[in-house]
Design a protein around this ligand. Sequence first.
Ligand code: BGC
Length: 753
Amino acid sequence: MKKNLVLILIAGCMLCTTINAQVNNSYDARISQLLKQMTLEDKIGQMTQVTLAVFAKGGWANTDGSLDPALLKTAIQKYHVGSMLNTTAHALDVQTWQRIIKEIQDETKNTALKIPVLYGLDAIHGQTYTLNSTLFPHNLAMAATRNPALVKAAAKITAAELRASGVRWNFAPVLDLGRQPLWSRFPETYGEDVYIGKTMGVAAVKGYEEDGLTNVTAVASCMKHYLGYSASRTGKDRTPIYMPEIEMREYYLPQFRAAVKAGSSSIMINSSDINGTPVHASKYLLTDLLRKELGFEGLIVTDWEDIIRLHSIHKIAATPREAVVLAINAGIDMSMVPGDYSFFDLLKEAVAKKEVPMSRIDDAVKRILKLKFKVGLFDNAYAEEKATANFGKAEYQTVALDAAHEAITLVKNNNNILPLSKDKKVLVIGPTSQSIAALNGSWSYTWQGNQEEWYPKDSKTIADAITDKIGAANVMAIGGKGFDNKANYDIEKLNANAANADVIVLCLGENAYAESPGNIRDLALPEEQVNLAKAAFATGKKVVLLMIEGRPRFITNIEPGCEAIVLPFWGGRKTAEATADVLFGDYNPNGKMPFSYPKSMGEMVMYDYRGTETKREIFNADVLWNGYDPLFAFGAGLSYTTFLYSNLQLSTTALKGDQKLTVSVTVTNTGKVDGKHSVELYTKDMYASIVPNNKRLRAFDKISLKAGESKTVKFIIDKNDLAFVNAQLKTVTEPGDFEIMIGDQLTKFTWNN
Ligand code: BGC
């Protein structure tokens, strides 16, 4: 029986491969045919991507998505533009997007070859630019859920809502690693750990693409920002990275390697430079590493204006044309120009002067056309009728709520002050208590996400959700709508109301920001927030702190005054409801820290530090190993119940070659309430030719346990999970001793080849 099934499966797989090969071949034949018919202008036009403001009436000021027919004609007829992106002032409704796409594709029908336009949008945590779309937690919060199934579910909904809007290309997922907390795009990352980054990144790519790109529930994904973007030395956006290749390969490359393998269709490039070479001009990174070593065959697109910036900002190209030559020869296929047609003219000149070979142009155009075929644009370039019905389904809100719930991370809970009972009198204060933008962060109906008028009308603030939960009679909410409203810092009112309160819910953190506007010089909390916290402590009432933020703002100076601390991060549309559920015990928190929350502002030691990072030499051989001292460690996260680990077992303690190691552990819910819990497996290489990490996360599994229930969790790992990049830049596993740690359980084994 089983054998037959295997045979059927093998035959099925062979059939799949054959079908895929046929599909690809049929594209290839049509692409070759098209290429023969295309002029140089047609080809260069395909490589050109412009922003909506270029052909919208009124440019950037446009608010209704109305297009200027003459400007659209110029884009399509004169410059043969192959791709467009972005919105103008803010998000638009589904019908407007469908109309925009129709007008664009209609215009392409008036060209000789009728090549459809590929439109791309930044649906980073849900479909950012369609009004009333479902916004999910940002990646950082998604990493706290330790639940790749949720990441995938959110990506599928995002794809459906994007496609309903007529758009088939998503500039996501962000695969940058979050190891520089100052960085304004830290919230877009899956945090500091490589394994979580890989796992969540792959889940997102599958969520976007696995239904098949011709299906109305899928969109092409775009891994970004290749490579090392998040590691700027200054912490400011788009500033230089200095990184030895060994570090790049150990920490920053694996997520891209995994996402390429998972089948992501495109990739966007890091705007900055690494060791002085802008990535957009690096043949090594774009062609040798990405194409040849990683085997990536999809489309390589630049980030915003990044070719001209080789001349205007990076100053490695003496002229704008040289910038184009460097980037295209390095391996760029499409230029997000995106504000004019300079790229088109410059590339045409460069080809005429034989500075860029036609073979490179043809190679780029083939990849662009291939993606257009893959997403079905040649069959129907308009918003598909079947896709429209997939916008805004009621069940999407449930996924958004599940994700917001699972992201919430409880990091302090003195004497189990939480959950609060619903008859407590609660005083709610602070800038994030009355803000909707602060709960959603960047890429939320506008680029910066800070214009509340564009959010869905039923969006709730923390104060609203607490009031809904325990009734207006039990809530004193001080302040007014919006983060910057001075009323949110009213210490006099705080003092006047505190006497009648049992507990103060102090809501601090950050307002929404994206990219360079979100640059900060240090992690300090603004003084007015610190003063508010001190005033809250001075009332003598118990304080529960909610830190609603995209990156870890410094709270070491106020932490001791707080009885409980809850981190909802930027949790999307349902942050407020989910937080109120946690505060009052309707949901048992289970988020785990996706990064190490710094205790000192200058400290940037991650959980996987190399041993020597934490040493302090006192005198001769007298060494203290106490350098990993975060306020909240990576992996921390409390629950309203307790979990006990026991019986850690290995299938062997002498692992050989490619053998699999089965690791099992029993987890028991020893408390009184049901709960979810992420069981995390770490390994430690005891001695290695490169200073080994203290430990590395190799696997996790999120389980649900009823009060009193036990489960045995199994993990299977092998030598690849023990590997590291050595001095020769090879990924190797070296024979020797290893430790395995799950919870407080620890055991040892050896690996030999
Ligand atoms: C960002 C990208 C984004 C692009 C298009 C750039 O400024 O760095 O992440 O995809 O804009 O909006």
